[in-house]
Design a binder for this molecule. Structure first.
Ligand code: 4GX
Length: 249
């Protein structure tokens, strides 16, 4: 998968490509990342990349000409890629959106700095606007890195082990179950017995019951988006019954 990033801080974005899962995917050529710096497309001595907003007010916008030229340069190399602008005004990112983008293929991320970019440039060039959450960060770079990281996990072969991103939280629309490692007893708390008895059917049931139960407790709105099969409904009912029992005690 090819990912292009238009950014005033290419070093920042290139950092993610050196590390962990994303780094390995790049080494294996599963991911090909290119950064484009609008500063390289400026035409004045000062290499100006910002400009003043019409109507006044505080803050600056990204200067249109260098940005437009950078976009056109990327487009020459990545014609059919979707151009995604990252901003708090965008559609909220979900695991499903990331998966759809991985299926579609190449993507260009446009990272804004300052107060953003000219609205007409968004209308002309941008295919989709995404937000990583309802909060404000200082530029689109960290948001693009979040997208790149999340997408990379979904590229077939990018996760080292066989049991793939299938196991991740959200891949089934549910939260993850709790995990335990050594020691067997920590601060007086023991590892749940079911995980120690080697009965894989029981372990699988326990994990799914925990997934369903934690989603019900912490993010009930997610449960409305998934259709539970009969087994899952029974496991959730068991979790809720157990929850009611311990509440009464
Ligand atoms: N999810 N930001 C973009 C520049 C900006 C300002 C105004 C449009 C309008 C963000 C987020 C995010 C901060 C990146 C503002 N763009 N990006 N930047 N949340 O907060 O994606």
């Amino acid at each position: 998968m090819r990912v292009d990033v238009i950014t005033l801080f290419p070093e920042l974005v290139e950092q993610v490509i050196g590390c962990g899962i994303v780094g390995r995917a790049a080494e294996q050529k599963l991911l090909e990342l290119h950064c484009w710096n609008p500063r390289e497309y400026t035409r004045d001595r000062h290499r100006t990349v910002d400009d003043r907003p019409y109507g006044g007010g505080p803050g600056m916008l990204m200067k249109v000409q260098p940005l437009q030229d950078a976009i056109h340069a990327v487009r020459e190399q990545s014609r059919d890629a979707r151009l995604v602008y990252l901003s708090p005004q965008g559609q909220l990112l979900t695991q499903e959106k990331l998966a759809q983008q991985v299926d579609l293929g190449s993507v260009i991320f446009l990272c804004g700095r300052y107060e953003g970019i000219d609205e007409r440039l968004i209308q002309q060039e941008v295919d989709e606007e995404w937000s990583i959450g309802d909060y404000v960060i200082s530029g689109g770079e960290l948001a693009a890195m979040v997208c790149i990281d999340g997408m990379t996990r979904l590229i077939p072969g990018a996760l080292g082990h066989d049991d793939s991103a299938q196991q991740d939280s959200f891949s089934q629309g549910l939260l993850d179950y709790p995990h335990y490692t050594r020691p067997e007893e920590y601060l007086g708390e023991r590892v749940p017995g079911v995980l120690m008895n080697g009965n894989h059917r029981e372990i699988e049931d326990w994990r799914e019951r925990q997934s369903l139960g934690r989603t019900w407790q912490r993010r009930p709105e997610l449960l409305e988006q998934v259709r539970l099969d009969t087994r899952q409904q029974a496991l959730l009912d068991e979790f809720i019954a157990e929850h009611e029992r311990t509440r009464k005690r």
